[in-house]
Design a protein around this ligand. Structure first.
Ligand SMILES: C[S@@+](CC[C@H](N)C(=O)[O-])C[C@H]1O[C@@H](n2cnc3c(N)ncnc32)[C@H](O)[C@@H]1O
Length: 306
């Protein structure tokens, strides 16, 4: 997730990557999957090379959620933000926090995430898992809790997939990520027993298909415009409902070379833009479509007007 990266952090990452490559001379350089023109921000870091290490070295997999390069891209949520997600979940009367505390927040040990003690809770909790739980709660408010087939673009290690599987009722999920990342997702999810099923894939391996719901947290928005357009045609337009946490399209540094929110709306006329709360980067927002009625938005979210 890149919501907080400013120029300073970008520079820091660049220097860190160069040191990393120098230190790991035996590493097959920086692993590239797509032609640079089609590669996302994260693919241009040493992120993918590090994932190869997680897959090859059990000790690194054991601690992968603490890896500093990985924390720049996926496991990014800070203690304070975790507290805000917790407050939102407490304020909702949907039972998701209770369910989470009995399941995903407690069994949360794979990858050894950083966890923190929050006042009133006897066990330490992972802020990233709290974010995934809050997203699952948003999905339930907007669309209900039953979905037949879900597409997820840029699934990270499968954290959102796991929480959705445990807390919502999802028959099957199709997870689109990079081939190496897909291997991490499979390794991670196979530590758990799922209620539904999943399949990892890449955009080039899939024909356009219909979906009940498409979700993407800080991932579709990080892809270059040409690739976004392919996802729009093959996945977004074919999906009855959508929930995309966006960090591009409404200005800011990261919007260069991406679809603007206006362009997205011209492709998906029913789309609405909501304020991200807690706001993790000034220009972030959530794009949604396919909810039952506008009252749901008015009651539970704040619409962001273009
Ligand atoms: C910022 S991370 C977000 C991960 C996850 N959605 C989350 O919220 O924790 C961006 C994700 O997009 C993935 N990604 C990069 N290029 C991609 C592509 N071409 N197609 C699909 N996903 C891609 C990355 O591997 C990573 O999993």
């Amino acid at each position: 997730m890149r919501e907080k990266l400013g120029i300073f952090n970008k520079l820091k990452n660049f220097i860190k990557s160069k040191f990393f490559i120098l230190k790991n001379k035996n590493l097959k350089k920086q692993t590239k999957i797509y032609n640079k023109k089609y590669s996302s921000y994260s693919e241009n870091l040493v992120y993918v090379s590090e994932i190869e290490n997680f897959l090859e070295k059990p000790k690194m997999f054991y601690n992968f959620k603490r890896n500093s390069f990985y924390r720049d891209v996926v496991e990014t949520v800070q203690q304070k933000e975790g507290h805000e997600y917790l407050k939102i979940l407490e304020s909702r009367n949907d039972g998701f926090l209770k369910k989470g505390l009995e399941t995903v927040l407690i069994s949360d040990i794979v990858g050894n995430p950083f966890k923190y003690f929050y006042k009133g809770y006897p066990n330490p909790l992972s802020p990233t898992t709290l974010r995934y739980l809050k997203v699952a709660s948003d999905l339930n408010i907007l669309f209900g809790n039953k979905f037949h087939n879900v597409a997820e673009i840029g699934a990270g290690y499968g954290g959102q997939t796991l929480i959705n599987d445990q807390i919502l009722e999802i028959y099957c999920s199709k997870l689109f990520d990079l081939p190496t990342v897909n291997q991490l997702i499979e390794k991670y999810l196979n530590y758990f027993l799922l209620k539904g099923s999943y399949k990892t894939t890449t955009i080039n391996n899939e024909p356009p298909s219909n979906y009940d719901l498409v979700i993407s947290n800080y991932a579709f928005s990080e892809l270059p415009k040409d690739l976004q357009i392919v996802y729009v045609d093959k996945v977004l337009k074919k999906s009855k409902r959508g929930y995309l946490t966006m960090n591009s399209g409404m200005g800011g540094l990261f919007s260069d070379g991406k679809l603007s929110a206006i362009e997205l709306k011209s492709q998906l006329p029913k789309i609405k833009f909501l304020e991200e709360y807690p706001l993790t980067y000034k220009y972030n927002y959530i794009a949604v479509w396919g909810f039952e009625d506008n009252n749901i938005i008015e009651k539970n979210f704040k619409e962001k007007i273009l």
